[in-house]
Ligand binder design. Structure first.
Ligand code: PLP
Length: 403
């Protein structure tokens, strides 16, 4: 595609560019139409000039598009832009966050391999590891996120991956990324960080030595709750394996979704800072409410992860949790009294969402496991959006004042 080689956003123009510039411009290639905004390439296949070119494309002798399960210009723009923001050599986009996790595991692991995983990861990640990867004899051990000793003693000779999210959902526990990297290095394992909650706008795990970063693009990368997507990022040698798997298995990102995420990245830092400012203000306000027993947000100075989060993150993100005085009944009353907040399990949206983890996102755990991981019946999670903080507080006050 000669037009794509010599048009805008050339690597040399952006060499050394700052994050805000990369977020707006990395990965764009203009077509001869001269469109200013990135085009959407909704095509499943591509035509060749002649039979010899078709043969050369198929054999790989000539680079270029063949079929959208292999390459698509809209998907490539998203991959290049998110790779620039994370500081990764290569990105592989997928149909969802779960597809990114599955593709990474199936590309890099084989029967007999072992994963050590934080207990506080996205619920479906646990199901994927424990129910499905175990069928392929890829076993996992779940350990407390912020207990390095537990990670160390769970590692076996056949351990290949250390998998975590930081901050955790919903209690905002923080992992020490540098310490986890040291452990990965000492044990010959790969450190995989699901960076969904912070995004590269707030935390860049590769700077702490992570080998692979995963995103559910569905959340903050989109930022407005429209599309499902995911991405895995890392060194070329690892991502080539993931890409080969995605091409063969087919959990490909749709070009339309890639375009939505590409445009989402342009405003990512501004949105993440606004989410974080609203969440911090809400955390301070919640703490003053008589009906609130405890607030979990790493931006609060007395949160056990505050110091570490301050080192690793430029702000504390949009998700917080709090316990009301009482139990399930009081938590449900608070949730049901809201009129503006959206009662939905999604997060990373401009609209503030509220959920009762014990009976939704964490409902598959038994009561003992929930209690052990702090997901009590009186816990409420709020993924703070971009509405006026006064209106968010007023909506929560409706219920809290009843308790
Ligand atoms: C939502 C989520 C996922 C899964 O992403 P999907 O896009 O829903 O498949 C993985 N990890 C985290 C932390 C998430 O919040």
């Amino acid at each position: 595609m000669s037009w794509s080689e010599d048009s805008s956003s050339d690597a040399d123009i952006l060499a050394g560019a700052q994050l805000d510039t990369l977020a707006v411009r990395a990965g764009q290639r203009r077509t001869p139409e001269g469109e200013h905004s990135e085009a959407i390439f909704t095509t499943s296949s591509y035509v060749f000039a002649n039979a010899a070119e078709a043969a050369a494309r198929f054999s790989g002798e000539q680079p270029g598009n063949v079929y959208s399960r292999y390459t698509n210009p809209s998907v490539r723009t998203f991959e290049e832009r998110i790779a620039a923001l994370e500081g990764a050599e290569q990105a592989v986009a997928t149909a969802s966050g779960m597809a990114a996790i599955l593709s990474t595991c199936l590309a890099l692991l084989k029967s007999g391999d072992h994963i050590v995983c934080s207990q506080s990861v996205f619920g479906t990640t646990t199901v994927l590891f424990e129910k499905y990867l175990s069928k392929l004899n890829i076993r996992s051990t779940m350990v407390p996120l912020s207990d390095p000793g537990a990670w160390e003693s769970a590692i076996r000779p056949e351990t290949r991956l250390l998998f975590l999210e930081t901050p955790s959902n919903p209690l905002c526990e923080i992992a020490d990324l540098a310490a986890m990297k040291a452990l990965a290095e000492a044990t010959g394992t790969l450190l995989v960080v699901d960076n969904c909650f912070c995004t590269p706008a707030l935390q860049r795990p590769f700077e702490f030595g992570a080998d692979i970063v995963i995103h559910s693009a569905t959340k903050y990368l989109d930022g407005q709750g429209r599309c499902l997507g995911g991405v895995a990022l890392g060194r070329k040698e690892l991502m080539d394996e993931v890409l080969a798997f995605v091409r063969s298995a087919g959990p490909t990102m749709s070009p339309f979704n890639a375009w939505v995420f590409t445009k989402g990245l342009e405003t990512l830092r501004l949105r993440m800072e606004a989410h974080s400012a609203n969440a911090l203000a809400l955390a301070h306000w919640l703490r003053q409410q008589a009906a609130v027993e405890r607030v979990f947000y790493a931006g609060l100075e007395d949160h056990p992860g505050h110091e570490l989060a301050s080192k690793q993150q430029s702000a504390f993100g949009g998700v917080l949790a709090f316990r009301v005085r009482g139990g399930r009944e009081e938590a449900w009353r608070t949730i049901d009294a809201t009129r503006m907040l959206s009662l939905t399990a999604n997060l990373g949206d401009a609209k503030t969402t509220i959920v009762h983890p014990a009976t939704t996102t964490h409902g598959r755990l038994d009561a003992g496991q929930r209690e052990e991981s702090g997901i009590t019946e009186n816990l409420i999670r709020v993924a703070v959006g971009l509405e006026s903080i006064d209106d968010i507080k007023a909506d929560l006050a409706r219920g809290l004042e009843l308790l």
